[in-house]
Design a binder for this molecule. Sequence first.
Ligand code: AMP
Ligand code: GLY
Length: 424
Amino acid sequence: MKVLVVGGGGREHALVWKIGQSPKVSKIYCAPGNAGISQQATIVPIKANDLKGLLDFALEEKIDLTVVGPEEPLTRGIVDLFESKGLSIFGASQKAAELEGSKAFAKEMMKKYHLPTASYEVFEDRQKAIDYIRKQGAPIVVKADGLAAGKGVILCKTVEEAIRSVDQMMVEKVFGEAGNRVVIEEYLVGEEASYLAFTDGKAILPLASSQDHKAVFDGDEGPNTGGMGAYSPAPVVTDEVNERIVEKILRPIIQGMGEEGRPYKGVIYAGLMIHNGHPKILEFNARFGDPETQPVLMRMKGDIVPILEACISGNLSRCKIEWENMASVCVVMASKGYPGDYEKGKVIEGFKETSQMENIFAFHAGTALVEGKIVTNGGRVLGVTGLGENIPKAIERTYQAVKKISWEGVHYRTDIGQRALCWL
Ligand code: AMP
Ligand code: GLY
């Protein structure tokens, strides 16, 4: 069969890598892809948000299965569009993806279906938002309602900071339209984890647990990024916690989405805060996490394609996933300056050595091929991912590989996975 993967980041490289191993797949395309993906798939120069362009391509090439990586094409309705033309596509429909596209909608769903989450209020009026902040006191969390590339959440230590954040979103419009409405939320304490699950709208098939590191610098200092690294499994997700996540969060939300006339098919990502064994939901995403997908798929045994197909056909209850009994760690190597401004076009050295290392894979994110050389082309450039017997071994091995790769101004965290060590 012919498969098209939509997107061009590290997550999509991991998807292409895994899907490409399927005996069912004869040809794999990726739009728009990156330099690393071009070694495993045919690159199609169509942007992930060009829905019409992607549709024309899929029809012309008679693509049997399209798999969508990023949130934007999902919230814009790529799944609905492809399905209306009879094409098979893996991902959440537009109405289902609103769970990620609007934080206010997600919180309403959590309230209506009694999911454990932080208490909150939604505001379209600046003054009312400020009055609420003064009443609640700090610490408190201010969130832009719409999509803001993972940057629309401000954790405020003081009331003044919270008011300033409301002004940035509602008056200065630093996140554009996404800040027309704000969600103001209780500040939760605990340890975070990412929990992804496949679903066909009825059955739920969890992926292995994982945890990412959002802050740009070691020790969780500095501004939040899309994710500077991740590991799997996340020891905070014990068997008991796992059961609570499935029964108290995933089952009710998938059932609730069905009841609302928004049947949810695809992969659902729950961002969780876990305190004393009790998970509370921070956010839902309607897609695979990036970089969580890289370490999670490294541990997944067997063929992913029948699972993607079962999510679409409604036969997921017949599927199972086996996991490698090893741990995995992904270290994101980024451009100097990210998540702020950064330069592109720096030549990357060291791939040859890492490509010979066993159980190591350097997934590409922002890379491009220029005159036969692989150069940096984004903020997050690579996600070097390694397997090891346990988390400490996986950390050691992955950093051995990271140290072999370099470019001018490379930045990475040196403490990915450290949080898991407290559990050993
Ligand atoms: P979100 O995009 O909603 O996942 O938020 C980004 C990050 O902000 C999360 O990964 C948490 O680290 C943090 N965060 C979000 N909401 C809260 C909250 N209510 N309490 C504490 N931290 C939060
Ligand atoms: N790593 C966080 C995300 O994918 O949203």
